[in-house]
Ligand binder design. Structure first.
Ligand SMILES: *[C@@H]1O[C@H](CO)[C@@H](O)[C@H](O)[C@H]1NC(C)=O
Ligand SMILES: *[C@@H]1O[C@H](CO)[C@@H](O)[C@H](O)[C@H]1NC(C)=O
Ligand SMILES: *[C@@H]1O[C@H](CO)[C@@H](O)[C@H](O)[C@H]1NC(C)=O
Ligand SMILES: *[C@@H]1O[C@H](CO)[C@@H](O)[C@H](O)[C@H]1NC(C)=O
Ligand SMILES: *[C@@H]1O[C@H](CO)[C@@H](O)[C@H](O)[C@H]1NC(C)=O
Length: 703
């Protein structure tokens, strides 16, 4: 059987990178050296990628790689043996940072090279046996150093060696190209893979050596052709292999593929199946490369991912919402980033208070070093936003010394941030209702604050371009500046939640205890609903009490009714805040109490306008009489006023579900009060009766 079909079959099956076939005429082919049983000694090794590395980068260390089975070079006839022709090809590459020796392909009777010397002897021979016919060695040297001892022609040559490293014939490495027949130098130490063909023709006793770069076919013109009868040189059976022993560190002699045949041309090496030439100085350097470069690359990739992550996070963190119509408010627009930095990321530490429509944080603007208060208002729709910003944020218009100056705003998704001037003394309710020994306000301060807020409200209702209804007047919305002047805050904010078109869907906004009864039934805010709240505020400031508080029997006492009772009994002074210890002007206190009752009258028509309130306060006009039938409370009046009062509603109404209109938190009309401190039925407060008895008429109850 011919060996070639087997070879083809094995190639076809692709069983291995390396295919060794021994047939009648000995032959083999290695395409890479993975899993081969080459005899290796010294420095020789096969890399992980299947490349035969003869030197492993070490110095003066011999390395041999030998085909394990001896090859029969002679053919026996009846009474004699004759040497047969043979053919070899191999693909190699040399890397040599410093001038160093090359390597050889050899045919030798022995695998034992223990006596050979390194460097110029290339691990093949020694000074003891060089040139001796008993060596029976034939070799092709690929030498990269010029050694005068062996009369080397140059440091880049190919030589035919017979028993000696003094070549019988040598030539500069290179090839004649097939087209023009011109000679092309090849640099052995270039690191480029090259192929060598060695053909011995026994009949002609001719040794031909040809070489070419890996990507070229075997050139037609040989590089070396020399006549030598090898019959007496080669023993009947001999080993084929490679030897080397580099004289300098990091010189690499790689063999990628190898084929051999006796009595036929060497099988062609399929260069596509060869392992890649280790380009970067061998596996050792490669691993060093990986050791150094890989962590750097990994770190760089990690850093890149981190940077992208941070950029994305930063982008999300500081993302804002801007619309075309806002352009004109540009000067009042703050960047979210500035506000984020000013409040150190809205840290709880900087929380001034929460309630009304959101949380308020203290901040310090980095550039101007101005103190600000930032109110974060959650808002889930754009409805009302434009109106609000047009009315309130285009702040130039709303300037009054008793309004908390709004300096700007910022919008994000579902969030509106309002930037106010920081009020040094905080909100009024903390002075009025604080149990822990905060200094209470003197009567003069209280009266001043009442006048301040009246003046601010008068401005909003009657003096600025457009009527602005505050909708949420109460002690906690009154702030005190550094001179203890009252400043009204949160003006117009309620508008955000007031889309008031259809009374059925109208959203009540405000705070329980301050809501005018008609607001609950009609849902329409008006300056007079503000006046109602303002009246309650009067009483709060004078009495130092919250608008609703429980009494001993767990009933809720309305501050208005409590004051009214005393008024009707002729002892209004009994309601004045005990913490004043009688240090107040009786006349002024009575004025404020009576005015408070008039303002909080359940009937809209009985309430004065803010301009009139100002006149009464300033004593420019005498107070009218209080139009309340004797022994009737406001509460009763309000109930009578709004028909459809169901006494069971009050007791069965879940206190945590007090309908407060579609809030930012709920869309279907219920407001979880726990979330809004100012609105909640807390100890000392409770639900305003006016609101409760009118739930049904406003259509909030899902009965
Ligand atoms: C080279 O191989 C020899 C023998 O296997 C070993 O002792 C030496 O450490 C190797 N040198 C390098 C640089 O790997
Ligand atoms: C055997 O060898 C001798 C010489 O050694 C030679 O003369 C003779 O012709 C050979 N016989 C054959 C059959 O080749
Ligand atoms: C190799 O040859 C040396 C002498 O050159 C000899 O001492 C040694 O025993 C031989 N080794 C083997 C394994 O034959
Ligand atoms: C090839 O190299 C030899 C020796 O280095 C030099 O003399 C010759 O000019 C080179 N030939 C070409 C074509 O580069
Ligand atoms: C060797 O080369 C010569 C020409 O230089 C050629 O005639 C001969 O056939 C070649 N021999 C082999 C075995 O390739």
């Amino acid at each position: 059987m011919k060996p070639l079909p087997w070879l083809v079959l094995l190639l076809f099956l692709g069983l291995n990178q390396q295919i060794v076939v021994t047939g009648t005429g000995d032959q083999f082919i290695y395409s890479g050296f993975t899993d081969t049983n080459l005899v290796l000694d010294g420095a020789a090794m096969v890399t992980a990628h299947g490349v035969l590395d003869l030197t492993n980068g070490s110095v003066r260390l011999k390395g041999h790689a030998i085909h394990p089975a001896p090859l029969r070079f002679h053919k026996f006839s009846s009474n004699s043996s004759t040497l047969q022709s043979f053919s070899v090809s191999f693909v190699f590459g040399i890397i040599s940072p410093h001038p160093s020796n090359g390597f050889t392909f050899f045919i030798s009777p022995s695998k034992n090279f223990s006596g050979a010397l390194p460097t110029q002897y290339m691990g093949l021979l020694s000074d003891q046996n060089n040139g001796m016919a008993t060596n029976h060695i034939f070799a092709i040297e690929l030498d990269t150093i010029q050694n005068s001892e062996f009369q080397d022609m140059n440091d880049n040559h190919v030589g035919v060696d017979i028993n000696s490293l003094h070549s019988v014939q040598s030539d500069s490495a290179g090839f004649y190209d097939d087209k023009h027949g011109t000679f092309n130098n090849l640099t052995l130490v270039s690191g480029d893979p090259m192929q060598v063909w060695v053909d011995y023709d026994q009949e002609a006793t001719q040794i031909n050596v040809t070489m070419a770069p890996l990507n070229l076919a075997k050139p037609a013109r040989v590089l070396i052709s020399t006549k030598h009868d090898l019959s007496t040189v080669l023993t009947e059976s001999a080993y084929a292999g490679f030897s080397s022993a580099a004289g300098k560190a990091n010189a690499r002699h790689y063999v990628l593929g190898w084929s051999f045949a006796v009595d036929s041309p060497a099988p062609a090496i399929d260069i596509a199946r060869l392992p890649k030439m280790p380009r970067l100085g061998g596996s050792k350097d490669l691993s060093k490369f990986l050791e150094i470069i890989l962590p750097i690359a990994a770190a760089a990739a990690g850093a890149l991912i981190l940077v992208v992550f941070l950029l994305v996070r930063r982008h999300l963190r500081y993302a804002e919402l801007r619309e075309d119509w806002e352009v004109e408010f540009g000067p009042h627009r703050f960047s979210y980033k500035d506000l984020f930095l000013a409040t150190q990321g809205f840290k709880d530490k900087y929380l001034l208070g929460s309630g009304g429509f959101g949380r308020v944080y203290k901040g310090l603007l980095p550039v101007s070093a101005t103190e600000i208060a930032v109110k974060r208002v959650w808002h889930d729709s754009n409805q009302g936003m434009k109106e609000f910003i047009t009315e309130v944020v285009s702040i130039g218009r709303l300037q009054h010394r008793n309004l908390v100056p709004l300096t700007g705003y910022c919008r994000r998704n579902s969030e509106l941030l309002l930037v106010y001037e920081f009020m040094l003394n905080g909100s009024l309710d903390r002075y009025l209702f604080s149990e822990e020994g905060k200094p209470t306000l003197s009567w003069a301060q209280r009266f001043g604050i009442i006048k301040d807020i009246a003046s601010a409200l008068c401005y909003l209702h009657e003096e600025c371009e457009k009527v602005v209804i505050h909708r949420d007047i109460k002690a906690s919305n009154v702030l005190l500046d550094d001179e203890m002047n009252g400043r009204l805050g949160d003006f117009g904010l309620a508008r955000l939640y007031d889309h008031g078109v259809d009374p059925q869907t109208t959203h009540l906004v405000g705070t329980i205890g301050y809501l005018a009864p008609e607001l609950a039934s009609t849902g329409k805010a008006s300056p007079l609903t503000d006046v109602f709240s303002f009246g309650v505020f009067f009483l709060e400031v004078t009495c130092g009490q919250r608008p609703i508080r429980p009494n001993e029997e767990e009933n809720q006492i309305m501050l208005v009714d409590w004051v009214l009772q005393h008024w009707q009994k002729g002892s209004p002074s009994d309601t004045v805040d005990g913490r004043l210890h009688g240090n107040y002007v009786d006349q002024e206190a009575c004025l404020v109490l009576k005015l408070g009752l008039i303002c909080s009258h359940p009937s809209m028509d009985a309430r004065p306008s803010m301009r009139q309130v100002m006149q009464y306060l300033n004593g420019d006009m005498p107070l009218p009489e209080l139009m309340i039938p004797a022994h009737m409370s406001f509460q009763t009046l309000a109930l009578m006023q709004n028909e459809g009062f169901d006494p069971y509603v009050r007791s069965s109404y879940p206190s945590s579900m007090v309908s407060y209109g579609a809030s930012p938190l709920t869309r279907h009309g219920y407001f979880p009060l726990e979330n809004e401190i100012e609105l909640g039925p807390q100890p000392g407060r409770g639900l305003h009766c006016h609101l409760i008895c009118t739930q049904r008429t406003v259509g909030f109850m899902n009965k």
